[in-house]
Ligand binder design. Structure first.
Ligand SMILES: C[S@@+](CC[C@H](N)C(=O)[O-])C[C@H]1O[C@@H](n2cnc3c(N)ncnc32)[C@H](O)[C@@H]1O
Length: 204
């Protein structure tokens, strides 16, 4: 990891520690209203694992669903740059995407990232490239609609990582885990890293 990237990761780690040490506050106006300032970031262990997995693919097109303030994107973009690939990252809110772009610029990684703002489910349908790696990390009720949208766009050998999968009683993540295992060509495993990640691979 070069020093500019490490400096940006260190800044994010301070923000993550502060957020995890504070009481949870609902965003004013609900989850998509007002100025939601919570990062809800994947955390360093999951970030490192994403980086290792994505960097193992040759010139991958990486898709991130849920940019938020850009933490996981730094790990993914570093892997993209190291392996000659690129990152497309999707976020509903422009102000979060702008923050993420500023941090990526500080890290020297903005040139490998395509920041897209809008509803990921709709934007996935409009993608005209095959996908080699996906991080699924947006609102949980969107995991299943996103799966249906991105599955036809997977390249052979694609890896899909879904975060927040160890949430007992959350029907949305249970439904995603079951649905992706039923898809032809998918093998999948649930790992207790961070808040639980489902790692799936597509080999038709
Ligand atoms: C858990 S956070 C992502 C955290 C980020 N991956 C990280 O580790 O730094 C989920 C994000 O998904 C975004 N989101 C929610 N619905 C969305 C949608 N329909 N399309 C795109 N992004 C959405 C939220 O605004 C939020 O910023």
């Amino acid at each position: 990891m070069d020093s500019k990237i490490q400096g940006v990761l260190d800044a994010y780690h301070e923000m993550i520690d502060k957020e995890r040490g504070s009481p949870r506050m609902e965003a004013p106006g609900g989850r998509d209203g007002g100025q939601d300032t919570r990062m809800r970031a994947v955390g360093p262990r999951t970030g490192q694992l994403l980086n290792i997995l994505a960097a193992s693919l040759p010139s991958p097109t990486i898709l991130e669903l849920g940019t938020s303030f850009g933490y996981s994107g730094i790990w993914l973009a570093e892997a993209a740059r190291a392996s000659g690939g690129r990152l497309i990252t999707m976020e509903l809110h422009g102000y979060k995407s702008e923050f993420a772009r500023d941090m990526a610029t500080r890290a020297g990684l903005a040139d490998v990232i395509d920041f897209r703002v809008g509803d990921a489910v709709e934007m996935i349908k409009q993608l005209n490239v095959g996908i080699d790696f996906i991080l699924v990390d947006l609102w949980k009720d969107l995991y299943l609609p996103c799966l249906e949208a991105f599955y036809p766009k997977l390249n052979p050998g694609a890896i899909i990582v879904a975060d927040n999968m160890l949430r007992p009683g959350d029907d949305n993540v249970t439904a995603y885990g079951e649905a992706i295992r039923r898809k032809p060509g998918i093998s999948s495993v649930l790992l207790p890293v961070g808040s639980g990640i489902e790692i799936s691979r597509y080999e038709p």
